[in-house]
Design a protein around this ligand. Structure first.
Ligand SMILES: Cc1cc2nc3c(=O)[nH]c(=O)nc-3n(C[C@H](O)[C@H](O)[C@H](O)COP(=O)(O)O)c2cc1C
Ligand SMILES: [Fe+2]
Ligand SMILES: [Fe+2]
Length: 391
């Protein structure tokens, strides 16, 4: 694949990583991912915006050289210091004697630590600073914590293109423009859940900032380029504001079927009441899918047996992820089961402590569900239905 021209003097020189299956040693990538990098050529100067993951340096280098020599780059704009976008900086510095790394103050600190960038090759920029390439102006917009503390966006003034790195990204190798991917918003939601949801407050601030810009194209550094940016901007507005649906996410583990019976009963009841339900058996669930559904679920149900005096480890892992991702859900129900002494509910509540979730109740079944358990479940289910409908 060669460089792709996306506007006059603006080229995509990124890499499609079809085979990547796990991101950050945690998140499954069923559709691979891409590391987008962009070359912007003015009448006097040339800038490269972001680079690629380590291992793909040569692919990046070949694409750049197909348009303009690596040695001719004047600015290496680093919107984000994470290695999936900045991993090729050492490779480029070795092949270019003049380019300076353009980054926020924090970005420059992180780049020095990770990539051995010499002091005289760093240019620190602040919010609103501009660099002219000759007929092309790059404006830098500080957008911290999307997804590390140093992140920024770069706006190409004349072409009205906003380069946002991780923000507005999607993990998929396929598709070049948003119009090439029919279910692009599903990919974007999963990515938002996995990467951006914990930083929703910072996302709202960034959206407010870019609200003043005229944007014709959003060019993120994962996934397709948006030629119709309104929809993703508007949808990020909803996701980051914590708007939820009449939707319940149920995640469970069951060794001998006790928790599964409770979960099936609960899911059937909610479905019959017209409430959207997603059920994940944690034994074989993709946590990226769970993250996607956490973005707009109003309530969360966790169900797990007591194992070795605590909650089943898969449920502890799931509860820990929920805590870390800080979803906007308002309500929780915790279900457990035990053989002789129930401990799973308290163990899961301990993990979730500190989240702004209203606990609607707990149920702990001894061995097999009996009439009392089903009665309690019915009461809790009715309460859950009312709360979810109230909003
Ligand atoms: C490996 C293992 C460890 C267990 N440890 C405990 C325990 O520490 N305390 C307890 O009360 N029950 C314990 N149990 C019993 C289960 O919690 C009980 O069978 C429960 O009803 C299983 O629910 P499930 O079928 O939904 O997995 C254990 C069961 C297994 C298989
Ligand atoms: Fe990142
Ligand atoms: Fe990234």
């Amino acid at each position: 694949m060669k460089a792709v021209k996306i506007s006059e003097g603006v080229y995509w020189v990124g890499v499609k990583d079809w085979n990547k299956r796990v991101f950050d040693a945690l998140i499954p990538l069923p559709h691979g991912t891409s590391y987008n990098a962009y070359l912007v050529i003015g009448s006097e100067k040339t800038a490269l915006i972001d680079t690629v993951n380590p291992g793909f340096e040569n692919e990046l280098g070949e694409k750049i050289n197909g348009v303009k020599g690596i040695g001719e780059i004047d600015y290496m704009v680093m919107n984000h210091a994470e290695p999936d976008h900045s991993g090729a900086i050492p490779y480029l510095l070795e092949r270019n004697e003049k380019a300076v790394l353009v980054a926020t103050k924090k970005g420059a600190d992180i780049a020095r630590a990770y990539y051995d960038v010499p002091e005289d090759r760093v240019m620190v920029v602040k919010d609103g600073d501009e660099v002219s390439l000759g007929g092309k102006t790059l404006r830098f917009i500080e957008a911290p914590w999307l997804h590390w503390p140093e992140t920024m966006f770069t706006y190409l003034v004349e072409d009205k293109i906003l380069f946002t790195c991780d923000f507005f990204g999607a993990h998929l190798a396929g598709g070049f423009y948003d119009s090439d991917v029919p279910d692009i918003m599903t990919h974007a939601q999963r990515y938002f859940g996995e990467i951006m949801m914990p930083f929703s407050a910072m996302a709202r601030k960034a959206l407010q900032k870019i609200g003043e810009l005229e944007i014709e194209m959003i060019a993120p550094s994962h996934g397709p380029i948006y030629r119709n940016p309104e929809r993703i901007i508007e949808t990020y507005g909803r996701w980051s504001s914590g708007e939820t649906r009449e939707k319940v996410l149920i995640a469970y583990v069951s060794m001998y079927g006790t928790n599964e019976r409770i979960v099936k009963e609960l899911a059937a009841r909610l479905t019959a009441e017209g409430i959207e339900v997603v059920v994940y058996n944690l034994v074989n669930s993709d946590i990226g899918e769970i993250a996607k559904d956490l973005v707009d679920s109003r309530a969360i149900v966790l169900a797990a047996p007591t194992v070795l005096g605590g909650a089943h480890p898969l449920a502890v892992h799931a509860a820990y992820l929920v805590k870390a991702l800080r979803p906007p859900a308002r309500y929780a129900l915790i279900v457990g089961s035990h053989g002789w002494h129930g401990r799973s509910n308290e163990a899961l509540l301990e993990v979730l402590k500190g989240l702004n979730l209203e606990l609607l109740g707990t149920l702990d079944v001894h061995a097999r569900p009996g009439a009392d358990d089903y009665n309690k479940l019915l009461r809790l289910t009715n309460l859950l239905i009312n709360k979810v409908r109230e909003g």
